[in-house]
Design a protein around this ligand. Structure first.
Ligand code: NAI
Ligand code: MG
Length: 780
């Protein structure tokens, strides 16, 4: 036998990890678990089994959480929350630190139990999942410590509900529990039905950390339990990770309730290999991207895009590498690919692959044990529209296609409804950094893949959801402003007088779409009166078609995002200057509309424009201190196309307070001005026309807020909607936004002091941007 022969066969003996400790822990509970509520296990009740997918053996029985169980858990969490929030930050930090230490001290037990309940290779649970869990608690101990000095105006939300999937059971627990507790919230977490065990072990160990009762509660159960947690009236926030279908349902159910929501959903993430890439490294990266955790990863690099010139060689090498992957017993330390989570999931993967009639399917030439296992699979030669190129398979199946130019690569990469992650391989740093910002994704990895860290935000855009986990950006999703909120009453338009007085020429204001004044599609206009009964003018009544035209114009103007921040600032200053030149005229208009002297509002509006002209080039991103040789860059990117429903009560200041932050950050907007006093906005069209603002960056559609909110919020090409309208529209907007899971920021009928600090600043800038984390490792 030559050395070459040995290398080719690479036979390994088995290196099994013992399951004894994990089985002993289960046995100590007689194989039956209740929920963890108020610091203790409840008596086990009616429930279901959780099995080891690699052996099909039942590991334990857990309890199906009922509404009564949830009531108990929520009231324990409610009771515990004020004291938990009042603890000095240092005390909370110490608890989180203790949890991190506990995870480390019991790391092997957690890793083995995780591999048994989930089927993932011990190599992964031991070297990736559990170390990341510990890191997450350490990092959040630090955030808890620094919270009062770094976020002095923020308070916890209250009681959080978390619902997590089965693919990274303990890691997803950490991603929810650590920030919730660090911020001073208490939590009820529902693990996935296939993988509840490590959450229960964690809960039990939390007693050793001395965690006060009721701060952490675990309620097991299936989707019904999840749905009941979402619907619970005493829960202030839902943090969900799972499928896009369930995420969409949760968006609909929570609409209008005032519950905070973050969604981390599915993906079909592109893995782009340029012809100058280090091919061997790119192949190793790809093994991690799609065969890590059997491909059951929301951010799996499941769509290979390889440059035409190297495609044949790349696919050849890849197939050879696939043949070397070892599939089998997850507790064997030499195993690369473990078991699929459940026979039902195996059936889905099998059916999806078998239904495909396109391209060429290659299955790794490696032994695959009988049972819940699926061979590493590559499908080449698919067209961009093929089902397998578009749908998440959530299994060890890679689909592949080729491209010719970087432009085509970006187009193909973005040809998906998702936007979670993307990977770029090239030795040309210029090309990598040119492509990364163009990819529609919350995370981009350059010459590497699946890099995660507690300091770096993770999360998606488009139908991959919204919100970030990790970093300060993640913590903010568990906080709210301290300031008490006052209710907002619906503004009323001045009524039609019996004998309206008119002076001068009747002027009908038009809509403003794509840089041109446009007649409303419906051909209707509406008189606007002063409180004294004077006819002030007419406005066009916009409809669904006008919204569609405005969205199209806003899309056509997306080059605005590429203008330099300096250039955008200049235009905002110019708008302020032109407004200032007509200050007296605007003040008169406001006086006519509202009876209040208008000077103060005009002055505040000019100042606000200046504020965001100033911010345009100062809302900086960050370089995160991640534990790799390299950098993770957190870039603030515009949302894209935004719909803005303006406040009624301050017609000019409200208009500017919403438009200015949005366009300063590079968004293009469709604005629906004050419904009751729209004429200050239509006068403002002339200011925009004379300020060098590119056509389509600001589009203005006047009319009824309740008629226009729905088409705006349901539009598939709108990326975010804000509403500060005094018409109660929050529920409609949040519900309709479920269509493409766009981000929303609505007032839930609470007022905002537009003249005070609440009327401007970072909250607006954060809502106008998405953070993209770009990982760039160093070194040859
Ligand atoms: P799922 O989205 O149904 O389950 C995730 C969690 O939500 C579980 O804890 C489940 O009990 C809970 N849940 C289910 N229905 C609910 C409802 N109506 N309200 C509240 N909570 C609910 O995902 P599932 O069934 O485990 O997997 C189905 C597919 O979802 C996979 O094939 C995969 O494509 C995708 N998926 C994506 C994940 C990701 O990380 N993005 C994770 C898991 C699954
Ligand atoms: Mg299981």
């Amino acid at each position: 036998m030559t050395i070459r022969d040995i290398f080719d066969s690479m036979d390994y003996g088995p290196a099994p990890e013992s399951s004894a400790e994990s089985l002993a822990w289960i046995a100590a509970h007689n194989g039956k678990f209740g929920h963890w509520i108020d610091g203790a296990f409840t008596k086990p009740g009616e429930g279901f089994d959780t099995a080891n997918p690699a052996t099909a053996k039942v590991l334990a029985t857990v309890t199906q959480g009922t509404e009564a169980d949830l009531d108990k858990a929520v009231s324990a969490a409610r009771k515990a929350q004020p004291a938990w929030a009042k603890l000095p930050a240092h005390q909370r930090a110490k608890y989180l630190y203790a949890l991190a230490r506990l995870v480390q001290k019991n790391s092997r037990l957690f890793a083995v139990l995780e591999s048994m309940d989930n089927g993932k290779p011990i190599r992964e649970s031991r070297d990736i999942d559990i170390p990341l869990v510990a890191r997450h608690f350490y990092y959040h101990a630090g955030l808890a410590q620094l919270l009062p000095s770094e976020q002095p105006d923020m308070a916890p939300l209250g009681v959080c509900g978390a619902i997590i999937p089965w693919n990274f059971p303990l890691l997803m627990l950490a991603w929810k529990v650590a920030p919730a507790l660090a911020a001073g919230n208490t939590i009820i977490l529902k693990p996935a039905e296939f993988t509840p065990l490590t959450a229960l072990l964690f809960a039990e160990l939390s007693r050793e950390a001395g965690l006060p009762k009721g701060v952490l509660n675990i309620v097991t159960g299936d989707g019904d339990t999840g749905a009941a947690l979402v619907a619970h009236s005493q829960v202030d926030k839902i943090a969900f990770t799972g499928s896009t279908a369930v995420g969409r349902k949760i968006r609909e159910v929570t609409a209008g309730t005032g519950k905070a929501l973050t969604l981390e959903l599915g993906g079909k993430s592109p893995y782009i290999v340029f012809d100058d890439a280090d091919i061997d490294s790119a192949i190793e990266g790809l093994v991690d991207a799609i065969w890590f955790n059997q491909g059951q990863v929301c951010c799996a690099g499941s769509r290979l895009l390889v440059q035409e010139g190297i495609a044949e060689r790349f696919h050849g090498k890849l197939k050879r590498r696939m043949d070397g992957l070892r599939v089998g017993d997850p507790l064997d330390k030499c195993i690369d690919v473990g078991a699929i989570i459940d026979p039902s999931q195996l059936a889905i993967i099998t059916a999806m692959v078998d239904a495909n009639r396109e391209g060429e399917t290659y299955r790794a030439a490696t032994p695959v044990p009988v049972g819940c296992f699926y061979p590493p699979t590559l499908i080449t030669g698919l067209s961009a529209a093929s089902t397998l190129m578009q749908e998440e398979i959530f299994g060890p199946v890679l689909v592949s296609t080729t491209f010719r130019t970087p432009v085509e690569a970006v187009e193909l990469a973005n040809n998906t409804r998702y936007g979670l992650a993307a990977t770029v391989w090239t030795e040309n740093i210029n090309l990598a950094l040119d492509v990364a910002p163009k990819l529609k994704a919350g995370v981009v990895w350059v010459n590497g893949t699946n890099m995660f860290d507690a300091a770096a935000g993770f999360g998606g855009v488009r139908e991959s959801g919204f919100g970030r986990e990790g970093g300060w950006e993640g913590l903010l999703a568990y906080l709210k402003p301290i300031a008490k909120r006052q209710p907002l009453t619906q503004a009323k338009a001045s009524p039609t007088p019996a004998n309206p007085t008119t002076e001068g020429l009747d002027r009908t204001a038009k809509l403003f779409i794509g840089g041109k004044q446009a007649r409303p599609d419906g051909g209707y206009s509406k008189p606007i009166y002063s409180p004294k009964g004077k006819l002030l003018g007419q406005i066009g009544v916009g409809n669904r078609k006008d919204i569609r035209n405005a969205v199209e114009a806003a899309h056509a103007a997306k080059g605005w995002a590429k203008a330099t921040a300096h250039a955008r600032a200049q235009i905002l200053y110019y708008i302020a200057e032109n407004l200032s030149a007509r200050a007296a005229e605007f003040a008169r208009r406001l006086k006519d509309l509202t009876e209040n002297p208008g000077e103060q509002e005009v002055e505040a509006s000019i100042q606000r424009m200046f504020t965001y002209a100033a911010w345009a080039d100062k809302f900086d991103g960050a370089v995160k201190s991640v534990p790799i040789r390299g950098v993770a860059i957190a870039m603030n990117e515009p949302n894209g196309v935004m719909g803005l429903l303006c406040p009624d009560e301050v017609p000019l200041l409200g208009l500017i307070s919403t438009i200015a932050p949005a366009i300063a950050m590079g968004n293009t907007v469709i604005v629906v001005p004050s419904e009751t006093a729209p004429l200050a906005a239509t006068d403002f069209i002339q200011v925009l026309e004379t300020s060098d603002l590119p056509a389509g960056v600001v589009n203005l559609v006047t009319g009824s807020h309740s008629d226009l909110a729905k088409p705006l919020a349901s539009h598939m090409d709108v990326d975010a909607v804000w509403s500060f309208s005094s018409t109660p529209l929050s529920a409609v907007i949040e519900r309709e936004a479920a269509s493409n899971l766009k981000r929303t920021w609505v007032n839930h009928a609470f007022a905002r002091d537009w003249y005070g600090p609440d009327g401007e600043g970072r909250a607006f800038l954060r809502a106008a941007t998405e953070i993209k984390t770009i990982w760039v490792p160093y070194g040859e």
